[in-house]
Design a protein around this ligand. Structure first.
Ligand code: HEC
Length: 214
């Protein structure tokens, strides 16, 4: 009888301790340092399987780009090579805050027909065009558009945009907009670097260089 009573007492002490230990242990995980988040129990809940943009994606390490740059590389194409976590947007999706550019890369004629320059060549527009042209285009095409930028001795086939023999003299604004937006062969797309407005301003500036070049 006595033993049983002792046992009961012992058990109740143990369970009181256990009841206290739980909350005490949890409290112990709190700290006033502010930046530390204590012990982590369910790692999968804060380390999500989504791959951050600068992280390596092991599932693409063996991938090679098999597409045809000339016809398929468009502004939505962002695959960054083997191991890249940047993926090409699935078909039919639109990036946030971006108007989809629906003219296929190979269809220069349609761009020439459908797109017109919404800007007037004011002083401000030309200044913007000059700034962006000098930043993004002049390295190859040259400050005056003669195809003689500092990169040109090492990069074959950079055409003149403004010289008297330049084919671009006959190009409609929409055609130039198209090549800046989607690129062609070794001329890479610049849609990620220059906004639509800046592209139209660049085009006004190229027109000015063309007038000066003749
Ligand atoms: C890295 C060098 C490089 C840069 C930078 C560059 N281009 Fe080009 N560009 C080229 C090459 C090379 C071609 C010829 C592409 C081809 O062979 O189809 C070309 C072609 C062109 C053409 C068509 C010319 C023709 O005669 O067919 C235009 C227009 C043009 N680029 C405008 C621009 C504009 C505007 C920019 C700046 C936003 C720019 N390029 C930046 C290399 C460059």
């Amino acid at each position: 009888m006595i033993d049983k009573a002792r046992n009961m007492k012992f058990i109740s002490r143990i369970s009181t301790l256990a009841l206290l230990a739980g909350p005490l242990f949890l409290l112990g995980q709190c700290n006033y340092a502010g930046n530390a988040s204590g012990m982590h129990f369910f790692l999968d809940m804060h380390d999500s399987p989504a791959i951050e943009s600068q992280e390596e994606d092991p599932s693409t390490l063996d991938e090679i780009y098999e597409g045809n740059y000339e016809t398929t590389m468009g502004p939505l194409e962002s695959w960054g090579g083997p191991g890249s976590a940047s993926r090409t947007a699935p078909e039919g999706t639109v990036a946030r805050n971006k108007d989809p550019y629906l003219i296929p890369a190979a269809d220069f004629d349609r761009a020439a027909r459908e797109l017109t320059n919404p800007l007037r060549p004011t002083k401000e527009v030309l200044a913007l065009g000059q700034k962006k042209f000098n930043t993004y285009c002049a390295v190859c095409h040259g400050n005056t558009g003669m195809g003689d930028g500092p990169v040109s001795p090492r990069f074959d086939g950079i055409p003149s945009l403004a010289g008297p023999d330049s084919l671009v003299l006959n190009w409609e604004d929409g055609r130039i907009f198209h090549i800046i937006t989607v690129g062609r062969a070794r001329m890479r797309p610049y849609a990620a670097q220059v906004t639509e407005e800046e592209r139209w301003a660049i085009i006004h500036y190229i027109n000015l260089l063309q007038k000066q070049g003749q």
